[in-house]
Structures are given as C-alpha cells and as structure tokens.
Design a protein around this ligand. Structure first.
Ligand SMILES: [Zn+2]
Length: 238
C-alpha cells in the first residue's frame, strides 16, 4: 500500500517475503521520479497500480540505488528512463549475460558472484526463472546527477559504503527526505555480513553532510535522522 511521507514524497514499503525493497516516488510539477525499480516487473507493477489508484503520474525516470537484483530486476516492467551511476551501469551490463538455470546459479555461488540469500529469494520471486529478463541503464553519471522534476529537486549521489561500492542515495532537500537504498546495510558479499570500519566511517561522514530529516532505507521503515546515525554509529563500534 502506497504511503505518503511528505507533500511530494511517497513510498511502497518493503516486503521481506521475497526481499522486495521499498520503492520511492517523488511527484514533481513537470515529471515524477521513482527510486529503485523493484525485484521484478510484478513488483514494479504494484507501484504503478498504486500510483494509478492515487491519481499520480507514472514516473519518467527511475533512479537506481545500486546493482543488486532486488533493486533492478523490475526495470523491464517500467517505461521510465533508468539513471544509474557508471558502476551500477557496468554491473547491469554484466548481469545481462547471466543465465538462470540451476547450474549457472550454482556456479555463481561457487565463484562468489552471488550469495545464498539472493539465490533463495530469486527462486521465491520467480517460480519460473525463464521469465527473468533484464534491462540496462538508459543514462549514466559518475558520482552525482541532479534531476529537476519541477518544484523540487532530486540529487543522486554515489556514497558507496559497506554494502556496495556503487551505492547511491537520492536526496530531496526541499522535502527533507533521503532515500538510502541499501547504503546503510552491511557488506553481504564478503564472508559473514559485517560493517567494515573505514567504509562505515566514510559513509557516516558523507551522510552527515546531507540535509535531511527522514531517511528511507531499502529494507526497513523510515528512520529519523537521529535514529539513522544512532544505528550507524552503533554498528561502527562493534
Ligand atoms: Zn543491496
């Protein structure tokens, strides 16, 4: 169910059953922006249906927060132009060549290209993995892109951090909202999930420089600024 966070910002909450992340939406005067594409066209369609029901326009752009499947596999279900930082774009190109039969998935697990949690969730989201189709990005930027939808702005900023080097946050300063994607999450791809200290410190200082009061993470309910930094400073000490 679509939730309204501020005058212009909405989001579809995450759904852990198949690891569907939160999807963001910004209503501009001239066009609208979606944050993250979802983990399948069915997931993306859920947001589009909610928007239709609320009388809100379809997004013209979709901003990808990082390459992970649950944030990007919804792209083929969208006609919005996909904006990605160049690192995310490179990973999308690479995944276009991936196959989804059991042997190929097992080989990626063995090679450390994917992790068991994602493998299991992909199988749940796609009972028929023959239906998995990916789409590359439409526009690439290096570390920062400003979208100007009218009446507000949406600054896409690569912050990297422990979770993935390509992590981007979407700041809507006029609304005091920061979409975090998974930037606040741990490193899942190198051994046991953990927060490497240096990367976490750099992330905290990058986020501190941003002007927001509410942060929307990919897999949790919205957090106040104080709660976000309380959490990140807590994990940093572990
Ligand atoms: Zn992720």
């Amino acid at each position: 169910m679509l939730q309204q966070l501020t005058d212009r910002v909405f989001f579809l909450p995450c759904d852990p059953a198949t690891d569907r992340p939160c999807l963001g939406y910004l209503r501009g005067d001239r066009f609208s922006v979606m944050i993250d594409a979802g983990n399948s066209p069915a997931h993306a369609a859920l947001l589009l249906e909610e928007l239709r029901g609320a009388g809100l326009p379809r997004p013209r752009f979709v901003a990808l927060t990082h390459w992970h499947w649950d944030h990007t596999f919804g792209l083929p279900g969208l006609d919005a132009a996909a904006a990605a930082c160049s690192r995310t774009g490179r990973m999308l190109e690479r995944m276009l060549g991936w196959k989804w039969d059991d042997a190929s998935m097992a080989e990626r697990l063995r090679a450390g290209e994917d992790i068991l949690f994602c493998d299991e969730m992909i199988r749940r989201e796609y009972p028929d993995r023959g239906k998995i189709a990916l789409r590359p990005a439409d526009l690439l930027y290096e570390d920062r892109l400003d979208l100007l939808p009218g009446g507000c702005s949406c600054r896409l900023l690569r912050v990297g951090g422990p979770h993935s080097d390509d992590c981007v946050t979407a700041l809507i300063p006029e609304e005091g909202v920061l979409f975090l994607g998974d930037a606040y999450c741990e490193d899942m791809h190198h051994g046991e999930p953990h927060y490497p200290r240096a990367a976490t410190e750099r992330l905290i200082s990058s986020l501190r420089a941003l002007d927001f009061t509410v942060a929307v993470g990919g897999h949790c309910p919205p957090l106040s600024r104080a709660d976000l930094f309380g959490y990140l400073e807590g994990v940093e000490k572990r």
